[in-house]
Design a protein around this ligand. Structure first.
Ligand code: BJ8
Length: 382
């Protein structure tokens, strides 16, 4: 077993570390604020001395319970998340003192109306067109409303100083994660896409961010050293795949597995569980609320219109990561990402001249056979 095998094995075994960490923090009197989206201004919650915890669920276990209240023909991420809420099966949900959501897609914002029956809920009105001055003003006001609500719920004052401190810390985490992801620009990449995802998940559920920063720096250095010393975990002949589209994780990791068992390697995740949110930092030289508002309005989500930022980001990432093919992962009934596939296909095929495929899936494992046939044929063609 190499040193890197040992590190990754440890991460797999410690996947529940976040639950223990948050439980201990709760026992010491810390508040926990549940979130569902990368539009949530993490820094404002952290400046209230609360712990922001992602509640986006990635398993189909609670979907039958959710379908008693929600339509079946709804995105699995929404059904699963809601299901965890009503069945009280998610420790992060149970520990949450309040939840922050945003008016992103229709399904999510309507789901929040029902979640409010279970937990105190704060929904931020997200402007739908991002590059307008009015949108920044509106979003700034929403951030101030959130700040005021958190001050009340957590009984603290969120000062400029506290915001600045959290901006710095979160930026530091974004930078180290971006550096870590950049390792896959190497040819061949030093680690597999499954291993990249493992590290990203451990950061997401690491609640002591200073510790997360140190851990990610260490892992990045270990990987660099192993590579410089000739360790090759991925064959050069593998097709380099960029994944875009809906957030990944849990059940949807079946797609990474299929890609990597059939001659490909995922070198880049342009989605919310990957690099999308890490690309833009909060400007540390500006007034905190202004800078936070500007940063979060750059998130290239399909819920916004137009979503030109996604095209610009993808265009750049395809070159930087020397991508051979793009796989657009759409969760069933996600209309915004599904409609956007045409634009992504035009960019990838017509402008970049590489191969593109979109796959629609849910949280079940029923479509593995069909996905394997399609994805392996796609990789073979590259
Ligand atoms: S910023 S991608 S985390 S909204 S997949 S629930 S859009 S129907 S998750 Fe998302 Fe924020 Fe955007 Fe990112 Fe709706 Fe689509 Fe489901 Fe989605």
């Amino acid at each position: 077993m190499s040193r890197l095998d040992y590190i990754f094995e440890n991460l797999r075994e410690n996947s529940k570390k976040g639950v223990i960490e948050i439980k201990e923090a709760k026992e010491k009197g810390k508040k926990v604020v549940g979130t569902y989206c990368v539009f949530t201004p993490w820094e404002v919650i952290a400046a209230a001395d609360a712990i922001p915890a992602s509640l986006c669920s990635t398993s189909d276990v609670t979907i039958p319970a959710a379908e008693k209240h929600l339509p079946r023909n709804l995105c699995p991420l929404i059904k699963s998340s809601y299901g965890y809420g009503i069945t009280d099966k998610c420790p992060y949900f149970s520990f949450s003192d309040m939840i922050v959501g945003e008016t992103t897609c229709d399904g999510k914002k309507k789901m929040y109306e029902y979640l409010e029956r279970i937990k105190p809920m704060h929904v931020m009105q997200l402007p739908q067109t991002l590059n307008r001055e009015e949108s920044i003003d509106l979003w700034k006001k929403e951030i101030i409303y959130l700040k005021e609500r958190l001050e009340k719920e957590c009984m603290v004052e969120i000062t400029e100083e506290k915001l600045k401190e959290q901006i710095k810390l979160r930026n530091k985490e974004r930078k180290v994660l971006k550096d870590f992801c950049s390792l896959s620009k190497l040819v061949p990449p030093p680690i597999s896409g499954e291993e990249v995802q493992l590290v990203m998940n451990s950061a997401k559920f690491g609640f002591d961010k200073e510790e997360v920063v140190k851990d990610i720096e260490n892992i990045t250095n270990e990987i660099k050293d192993a590579y410089d010393n000739g360790e090759r975990r991925v064959e050069k002949s593998r097709a380099r795949i960029l994944i875009t589209g809906c957030p990944m994780g849990g059940a949807v990791e079946k797609i990474i597995k299929i890609i990597e068992e059939n001659g490909g390697v995922v070198v880049c995740y342009e989605n919310c569980s990957g690099i999308k949110e890490k690309e833009f930092l909060v400007d540390e030289t500006k007034k905190p609320i202004d800078a936070i508002a500007e940063k979060y309005l750059q998130v290239p989500c399909s819920c916004t219109s137009p979503n030109d930022n996604r095209i610009e980001l993808l265009d750049r990432l395809i070159d930087e990561y020397q991508v051979d093919g793009v796989i657009d992962v759409i969760l069933q009934a996600c209309h915004t990402y599904n409609v956007e596939t045409m634009r992504i296909k035009e960019l990838v095929k017509d402008n970049k001249g590489i191969s593109y495929m979109s796959v629609e899936t849910d949280y079940s494992q029923n479509d593995i056979g069909q996905l394997t046939t399609r994805i392996s044929a796609f990789i073979e063609m590259l």
